[in-house]
Design a protein around this ligand. Structure first.
Ligand SMILES: Nc1ncnc2c1ncn2[C@@H]1O[C@H](COP(=O)(O)OP(=O)(O)OP(=O)(O)O)[C@@H](O)[C@H]1O
Length: 623
């Protein structure tokens, strides 16, 4: 038991009168109290105020993946070591956000009470003097006991924290052990400092290994222009791993070890290409190839070497490097192991169907069918028979042998209900029944059929809003919204654009060197039609070919060279021979154009499709 800490009396005096007995309190604590007072921290508060949402926390963890991986075994060890001491172990990032918390359940409950939770920001300015915040502010290990904390919410606590740094001395985060003040132990600070040091060593080793992998992969796989040009390889932390001989000469033998130092020499960096490795299913950026000189001076073949080890997810598309999309795949990985209903939200063209397919392909139902239904594209009067099927003679015009509805077709597999936000009230009732009872009655039949399937729904609407507006039944919402996944729009993950472009050309067995200025334009553009719009543009631009760069620019408002056959609709029939789906598309477009008095921009918005697609379809249907 440790007897230390500012007495309540001293704290009260400081809070009321600003008077401090320097002889009775540690210098660091005294400085911290003054900082808190200057910053107007509420001494009578102290609960966590800034707390990240689940998604934000996931993104943050993903961005600090290397720290978490280096720390994981030590956190586990430390946990076993202190398991009986009624403490919590926490890992905090350099901005003060709690990334990880584990420990004694009763103490965790008390921590919850003051919002000392994963995702909370635990800095001095948020919650007053505390070991984490003060270690962040001073960069030194520290222990804070009882009333040494500046805010009352932490007075019942003791905490010891130590910083973790990278091999250049930059702060990566803080390791902390916290518990009830009665459990204070003099060795806590030594323990936490030793563990932080061990994590630091592990982090340095990983950093070194990644640099070596990066160097090896890049030099082995990049074209030789890399060696001849003004080029360098830099790791994800901005350290230069390799400089070409020409670049070495260019900087005049100055010792440049970081990207910033290189920039300080006056060199302008024109091209940055990420180098990624596949690591347990996710593309991880190890660093970039950077190139100085003319933007078009070199095109490098950048590799995506599969690392040994089987990826846990095989996603039927391009993963990219954004934390936002990887977070989606983490959710896919998690939910694929279960049979719960999934609701995928996202703008048109973001890849919702691909995500649904990935869930199916990674689930126990992968051997069964994946049946997709676009609820928005089937006319109301046909949706029921499409979904439920019918028996012979159910209605005039019914097929002779009857029709097995989508529910039955998906038996044993997954039913993907796209555009679920667009179904009619009558269909909502029918769907609710099936979801509850897992039985369907085909039209014209009196016999119920059991169906064993997983439902994945998708929508570009905000379903909660649809409920509020009375367009979606609340009971159906709760049936569908069991596990929501939001697929982010492309503008929120622009770093994926180069990867998607590469993917597109790989799929088309084509290799086009994109000039830097075109890539810049793509990065500046907002892509309202998301990945679909990007792929449509590439499809169109491929026809124009390299050199005709105007055709490679995003939607200029002009229809461009988009004819049937040159777009994503190979073999599209002329307007005279339309199939059922196309007939519906045509009618929807005509209606939207009539309602908007021929305004293509408004009609495209109403139809939730990129303007370029609408132009293409207008052309195709001869409207
Ligand atoms: N990550 C990705 N990798 C490869 N292709 C992708 C990716 N994301 C989307 N696409 C492509 O973009 C197009 C649109 O994707 P998809 O149909 O899955 O989107 P969606 O969100 O379901 O669209 P909508 O809401 O309009 O139905 C498809 O051609 C798909 O293959």
């Amino acid at each position: 038991m440790l007897h230390r800490g500012g007495s309540m009396g001293m704290w009260q005096r400081f809070v009321r009168e600003g008077v401090l007995d320097e002889a009775r309190i540690g210098g660091r604590i005294a400085e911290s109290w003054r900082r808190c007072r200057r910053e107007g921290v509420d001494p009578f508060g102290g609960s966590g105020r800034t707390i990240l949402s689940r998604g934000e926390l996931e993104d943050r963890r993903m961005a600090r993946d290397r720290l978490l991986r280096a720390a994981a075994p030590y956190l586990e060890d430390l946990y076993h070591y202190i398991e009986d001491t009624k403490h919590l172990i926490l890992l905090i990032d350099a901005e003060g956000f709690v990334l990880f918390r584990k420990g004694y359940r009763e103490v965790a409950r008390r921590a919850d009470g003051i919002q000392f939770v994963e995702g909370a920001r635990w800095t001095e300015s948020e919650v007053g003097t505390n070991a984490i915040g003060t270690a962040l502010a001073t960069g030194e290990p520290i222990m804070v006991v009882g009333a040494e904390h500046y805010a009352v919410a932490s007075h019942p606590w003791v905490c010891a924290a130590a910083p973790i740094r990278d091999d250049r001395g930059n702060l990566l985060g803080i390791l902390d052990v916290s518990g009830p003040v009665e459990q204070a132990h003099p060795l806590a600070l030594a323990t936490v400092t030793t563990a932080a040091y061990a994590i630091e060593r592990q982090f340095h080793l990983d950093q070194h290994r990644d640099r070596m992998t990066l160097l090896h992969m890049t030099l082995e796989d990049a074209s030789f222009s890399l060696r001849d040009g003004l080029t360098a390889i830099c790791d994800a932390d901005g350290s230069l791993v390799w400089l070409s001989p020409a670049l070495r000469r260019h900087v005049g033998g100055e010792s440049v070890r970081t990207l910033e130092q290189l920039q300080e020499t006056g060199a302008r960096i024109h091209v940055e290409r990420p180098v990624t490795v596949r690591d347990s299913g996710f593309d991880r950026t190890l660093g970039s190839i950077i190139c100085l000189g003319s933007p078009d001076s070199g095109v490098y073949r950048v590799v995506q070497s599969p690392r040994p080890g089987v990826p846990e997810i095989e996603f039927p598309g391009q993963i990219g490097e954004s934390a936002a999309f990887r977070a989606v795949l983490r959710q896919v990985e998690r939910v694929a192991k279960t049979d719960v209903t999934v609701c995928i939200e996202g703008e048109t063209g973001t890849g919702k169907e691909l995500v649904a397919r990935a869930i199916h392909a990674n689930s126990a139902r992968r051997g069964g069918p994946f049946v997709a239904v676009n609820c928005g594209a089937i006319p109301e009067e046909l949706l029921e028979s499409e979904l439920f099927g019918y028996v012979e003679g159910a209605f005039t015009g019914a097929r002779k042998q009857g029709y097995k509805g989508k529910f039955e077709q998906a038996h044993g597999g997954t039913l993907f209900l796209d555009e679920i936000g667009d179904i009619t009230p009558a269909m909502q009732v029918a769907l609710l029944r099936v979801l509850q009872e897992r039985r369907v009655t085909p039209l014209g039949s009196s016999k119920e059929v059991s169906v064993d399937l997983r439902v994945i729904a998708a929508t570009h609407h905000n379903l909660r809003e649809q409920v509020k507006r009375g367009r979606l039944r609340e009971d159906l919402f709760y049936r569908l919204y069991v596990y929501p996944i939001r697929v982010p729009p492309l503008r929120e993950r622009k770093q994926d654009i180069p990867h998607l472009v590469r993917y597109f050309f790989r799929e088309h067995n084509n290799e086009v060197s994109i000039p830097h200025w075109i890539m810049e334009k793509w990065m500046q553009y907002d892509w309202p039609g998301n990945v679909r719009e990007l792929f449509n543009l590439l499809e169109r631009a491929q026809v124009a070919g390299p050199g005709e760069w105007e055709a490679w620019l995003p939607d200029s408002g002009a229809p461009g060279p988009e004819g049937a056959g040159a777009t994503g609709d190979p073999g599209a029939p002329s307007s005279g021979r339309l199939n059922y789906r196309e007939q519906i598309q045509k009618e929807e477009i005509m209606r939207a154009l009539q309602e908007t008095k021929g305004n293509v921009r408004l009609a495209a918005e109403r139809l939730h499709m990129p303007r370029s697609t609408l132009y293409r379809r207008i052309h195709k249907f001869g409207l």
